[in-house]
Design a protein around this ligand. Sequence first.
Ligand code: GLN
Ligand code: ZN
Length: 803
Amino acid sequence: MTVPTAPLPAATILGYPRIGPDRELKRAVESYWKGALDVSGLRERAADLRTGTRAHLRELGLAGASAVPADFTYYDQVLQVTTAFGALPPRFADLRGGAGAASDPSADAESHPGTSLPGFFAAARGEDDRAALEMTKWLDSNYHYLVPELDEDTPIDYIPGFGAVDPTDGPVSQVLEALAAGEPVPRPVVVGPVTYLLLAKAADGAAPGFRPLDRLHDVLSAYGHLLADLWAAGAEWVQLDEPALVCDAWDTPREDVLAAVADAYTWISAITERPRVLVAGSYGSLGDALPVLASTGIEGLAIDLVAGELPDAADLAGLDGKSVVAGVVCGRNIWRTDLEVALATLESLRDALPETVPIVVGTSTSLQHVPHDAERETRMPDDIRSWLAFADQKVAEVRVLARALAEGREAITGELAEDARLRAERAAHPGVNRGEVRAAVLAVTRADRTRASYAERKAAQDSRLGLPVLPTTTIGSFPQTAEIRSARAAHRRGELDDAGYEAAMRAEIARVVRLQEEIGLDVLVHGEAERNDMVQYFAELLDGFAVTEHGWVQSYGSRCTRPSILWGDISRPEPMTVAWSAYAQSLTDRPMKGMLTGPVTIMAWSFVRDDIPRAQVADQLGLALRAEVSDLEAAGIPVVQVDEPALRETLPLRRADRPAYLEWSVGSFRLATGGAAPSTQIHTHLCYSEFDVVIDAVDHLDADVTSIEASRSRMDILPAVAARGFERQLGPGVWDIHSPRVPSAAECTDLLERAAAALGIEKLWANPDCGLKTRAYAETESSLRHLVEAARAVREAADTDEG
Ligand code: GLN
Ligand code: ZN
């Protein structure tokens, strides 16, 4: 047997943020895209970052062989696999690698069969008229991966290349790099084969009925070569991430998923020359996939004991002969681990597992979802900072817990006491438990979440707003110009005083209002120039949130976000949007739409407190927004939109958990909007076209008007919506704002006609797919003109039909 026998270390993490403490990777990659850095310069900066990260993790105590994960990628871990196997769709055929690979000017690239670094970025970002791979959310997180597009003919090869340098600096190169520097061998991390295929989609031209999982054997043979290469490079362990196994809501039936797991890991473990295999099932419980994995010859299993439960004793007994990584430190949120609770979990696990099974203390997921180091947040109040654990603090936690497991809890008496002290201090903080906020939530009644009947509202709104059939509007933001950004930045730095800032924003609002009037839109917006971000804007104005200075996390590729930290009970010290909206309304006779972000989206894009149920947090937000809606009404704003683009992304991975989630999420939206007068028109906006799984929930939001993304899918969803009997108004997007392309009036007309045919023109609105803040003015103006022209054409045609 040539599989190494080295054990895993006592403590590890499943992954570490790869963007760098000061977003070094973002800066390097973006300089390369701008042409300021060449490929070798980029690769050098990336190598420095990786070397620095490994050294840092060793200093933090992840010292042994296989303790440090090697999970670097320039863009995305799923794209890393796609390009290693050359599994690109036909439009990128020239980038697949091997013969005819797009040439990489850096040395060694030709000797490796994989896709070159320029090709890798082309697939990630698109190039000329070739659209990028689609991007979507990774499990229920806020990280986006690039979706593989497969059909029955997509080439999937990995040509053994040991000794060659992978042009995308993949896992083999990372192992070689560390060993060449005389470091302990790291543990390469690769997305596992079943997850890779479950996260893939069937390419457009695929045969009817084709499922990516049908390609399992081809993919396995490529993984086999990759594992052989990793082994030859010196890797002792490899981590194969299989988070898709915790989700039971794929289109593929569960028994097929389980059969694929059995097939894949029986096949992989039969390879004789390979590193030991650790399969990681993060983001929930593996459930019935656990015994299936246990029955294969893999050497280790990482289980998530934060989002998932402790497996049944019988299942644990089946893990004899394997190592178990116990994910008791949360990889996704930023709170200190409750050491008592984690230790108790570890003890129960130890009691239930066969004595021979080594337990490794680990994180529940990769730490890619959390920022680097809470110690750097020196501007945050000291007490709040002391409750936090970012990636580096979590490394310390896994080590402390590993010590307790090895030496007994007496070995960490000091840490347990300190943790208990901080926990008590947090619980006693006056901002954490505010009687008036708790009482207000308790006092919420069903009536608070219920508006007048839709018929009554519709009549009141029709007479108040006097809109034409097929009214036109936008989703809220207008292009964020360089001037707007610099005014905001100058104001933040104190270089522009409040009056100067207000004048700049008012001038922008006035311009946007005039433009919309001139274009002929029916319901106007103020343009959201004052908002850096649709969540952070509210987080900064509400009590109960803290903002970080360095807390960046990767959203996708080089894009990072800095989520706010929701730590306390929430209240609204004063109106947040009313002055801007009221000013905008004062400039026009047309209805102005107030713009708010909904409770679910504020929570989804923040780090949320872990000490009270999410449903309660959502209602606190619902009440704060309800007060804002009421103030907007008092200021004469007749239409209010509450955006919930995240409603679907935080849908639980297990079907059984969905009803409860939808109940509280829908309830919080209704609490936010339920106080609105019948004559106030409530809109909501959702940012995806596949809203079939949440369509009942969307209906229960009881908004008067719902806008959704629909242009790319060419209104495909509408017949299903109509069949379901969606009673209220819908604005399916007719302009794909993710692309700089200007749709013609004819295209918009065609989409509106399809929508009218499915839904009836009386229920229809004309609007873009989403907000315009990432667009430029030139394309925005033309596209909106075409949209208005199309709406008029469809109205007139409908009139003539009737006449
Ligand atoms: N109102 C927001 C905007 O227009 C909505 C953004 C979103 O849906 N993500 O920018
Ligand atoms: Zn949107």
